[in-house]
Design a protein around this ligand. Structure first.
Ligand SMILES: [Zn+2]
Length: 319
């Protein structure tokens, strides 16, 4: 058992101009089992750091049986430019799979991260949406049943408000088969991703809740010797709805409300500031993501409708 032992190490990735690019890893405790928490796979997403700060503070006071490593900047150059992707190659780190040791900069970054993370027991990858969302875990179905079950147990411990169950049979979601987590599952590492609202609108209570969820995952993985939480969050398939034109988006329906096909979700005011159209739900379900007032363009995501998948909710409950 260790208490309070913390160290920072680095994964050396390469150079951009005269800058050395390296990935910082903050580790608490030593040895197995190992939980890894990924922050900033997309460089413009920073809620992960606020959540991890509280998580680290809580972990430092506890006796640990293994270790927790927090990758505080998984995509350091994108973090430094405040952009989703690295501007040197524009590859999305979370669509680069296992990466390539001799590929583009981002492919090399993905490769090094996957090499490092393939040694750990469990991975939680923290992201945020541009749309507001309750704390959400993303479940990737795995062919390997043992990995699938361990991932579901981790989600249950984390106790998110809702689960987005990825559906690889839907064209829109095939892209997620290239995520870091999907690649790591193929290497035998279970895990899940988390989506929150952006840091600027995330409440202290939500930050605390997400950090406490990570503590429960640490229990589930065995880093903390205690029984983890045992929640049964509802699982949804998700349909994002995009704007058909540019304008000022003004949402009118509340986040997480039940909606029926044809219900008004918000208004889009054209840039002549006169023409106004209602944007309605194209299907029945729950409003699981909702963009705040914003200037949007054709193709900006406005909201997502979730349709609960009772069979997956049951699988989470019984994992
Ligand atoms: Zn992201």
């Amino acid at each position: 058992m260790t208490t309070g032992l913390i160290a920072t190490s680095y994964l050396e990735i390469g150079q951009i101009g005269s800058l050395d690019i390296r990935v910082p890893v903050v580790t608490i405790g030593t040895g197995e089992p190992r939980l890894a928490v990924l922050c900033g796979v997309h460089g413009d997403e920073t809620a992960s750091l606020a959540i991890s700060r509280i998580f680290v503070r809580e972990m430092l006071g506890r006796s640990l049986k293994g270790s927790v490593s927090i990758i505080t900047a998984a995509n350091p150059f994108a973090q430094s430019t405040g952009t989703r992707v690295g501007l040197m190659d524009f590859y999305d780190l979370n669509r680069s799979g296992l990466g390539k040791p001799k590929g583009t900069f981002t492919e090399r970054l993905a490769y090094q991260l996957c090499e490092y993370l393939s040694q750990v027991s469990f991975v939680v990858d923290l992201h945020e949406f541009k749309m507001n969302t309750p704390i959400m875990a993303i479940y990737l179905p795995h062919e390997d049943r043992a990995i699938d079950r361990r991932s579901l147990k981790g989600i249950r411990a984390f106790s998110p408000a809702i689960v987005w169950a990825l559906n690889f049979s839907v064209p829109n979601e095939i892209q997620y088969s290239g995520t870091l987590l999907a690649a790591l599952a193929k290497k035998g590492v279970p895990g899940f991703a988390v989506e929150t609202s952006q840091l600027v609108v995330l409440s202290p209570q939500e930050i605390q809740k997400a950090a406490e969820g990570l503590i429960e995952v640490a229990k589930c993985v065995g880093v903390i010797d205690a029984m983890p939480a045992n929640a049964s969050p509802p699982a949804f398939h998700r349909t994002p709805i995009y704007s058909d034109s540019a304008g000022i988006w003004i949402p009118t329906a509340p986040l997480m409300s039940e909606v029926q096909k044809g219900d008004k979700i918000g208004e889009l005011v054209a840039l002549d500031l006169l023409k106004q159209t209602n944007v309605v739900a194209p299907l029945d379900g729950r409003l699981i993501q909702l963009r705040s007032n914003a200037l949007v363009h054709t193709g900006t995501s406005l909201f997502s409708i979730g349709v609960e998948e009772a069979s997956i909710t049951d699988r989470i409950r019984s994992a």
